[in-house]
Ligand binder design. Structure first.
Ligand code: ZN
Length: 293
């Protein structure tokens, strides 16, 4: 059976894995994210040490990424504030080392595809995956292709950067997005919570107003995404969503913002991720299986 090299590339760590198309993960390993040369070199060395002769390699990465195959910078990380990584080529080190195809997309698109095929989306025609953590990103899968097709434009969607109305009790915080200030990510991602209340949502008491304010924003964003895509399932992942009780408050907020208009009742379609610890690697596997066709 063919083996695939899998990489979940995050801003603080890379998770490496080897799996086959039955989703059995034969080995996994974690390395810190330092510089591109060191981190990607260590990943190549680990795959070699495992004796891997990969059929293909799948990478689900933090972004933003250039995913336009006609572009001279295809496969590179673009305009990231993370030091050393702007312009890093994620593909070349692996094609050079293993002479095999490399599939690349964002971590959130990988998660969307794996949840659609094997998790919360099973039995449904479309799925939106939103991750709300250090940043905010979204991936949308609709029926078609070999098991769902990811939405792409010139590159991957940037759903975290939509404009959003300010909460009446949250008028002063400027937002932390270096490009837009108080876009959705600038107001709701982990650093925005810490920036206002000096703690993560999980560490604040459940009756702290921060929970209601953050849920109000996420519900509003979901209303916007429902208007554009009407997803059959909306999966909410990421560290901020670990706050106890938050998903229930988001459901209520989305119901209120939607006014009963959309197909798909937020109270029923907003769900947590169904895939556990292997979700990141399974995202990379979903991407690589697509590449294989
Ligand atoms: Zn922004």
């Amino acid at each position: 059976m063919a083996d695939f090299g899998l990489i979940e590339a995050g801003g603080t760590k890379f998770v490496l894995g080897i799996a086959d198309e039955t989703r059995t993960i034969h080995a996994r390993h974690q390395i810190p994210t330092t510089t591109p040369a060191e981190t990607l070199g260590t990943a190549v060395a680990w795959f070699r040490d495992q004796g891997l002769i990969p059929e293909a390699i799948g990478i689900a990465s933090f972004g933003p990424l250039d995913l336009n195959r006609a572009s001279p910078t295809w496969g590179q990380i673009t305009r990231t504030p993370k030091p050393h990584w702007t312009g890093a080529d994620l593909i070349a080190p692996f094609t050079k080392a293993f002479a095999c195809p490399v599939a690349l997309d964002t971590d959130v698109n990988g998660a969307a595809l794996s949840e659609y095929r094997w998790g919360a989306g099973v039995g449904h025609q479309s799925l939106l995956y939103l991750t709300i953590g250090t940043g905010i990103g979204g991936g949308f899968v609709s029926a078609g292709g070999h098991g769902g097709t990811l939405l792409h434009g010139l590159s991957h969607p940037e759903m975290g950067h939509i404009r959003i109305a300010r909460h009446p009790q949250d008028q002063n915080y400027p937002g932390f997005c270096p490009f837009h200030g108080d876009c959705l990510e600038g107001l709701v991602a982990g650093p925005a919570v810490k920036g206002r209340w000096d703690a993560s949502l999980s560490d604040l008491p459940t009756d702290h107003p921060a929970h209601a304010i953050i849920a109000w924003y996420i519900g509003q964003a979901i209303c916007t995404f429902q208007a554009i895509m009407e997803p059959a399932r909306i999966v909410l992942g990421g560290g901020v969503m670990h706050a106890p009780g938050l998903i229930e408050m988001v459901r209520e907020s989305a119901v209120s913002w939607g006014g009963g208009y959309f197909t798909g009742d937020p109270a029923g379609i907003i769900v947590p991720p169904a895939l556990g610890d292997n979700a990141g690697l399974l995202g990379a596997l979903a991407l690589v299986l697509d590449e294989e066709g």
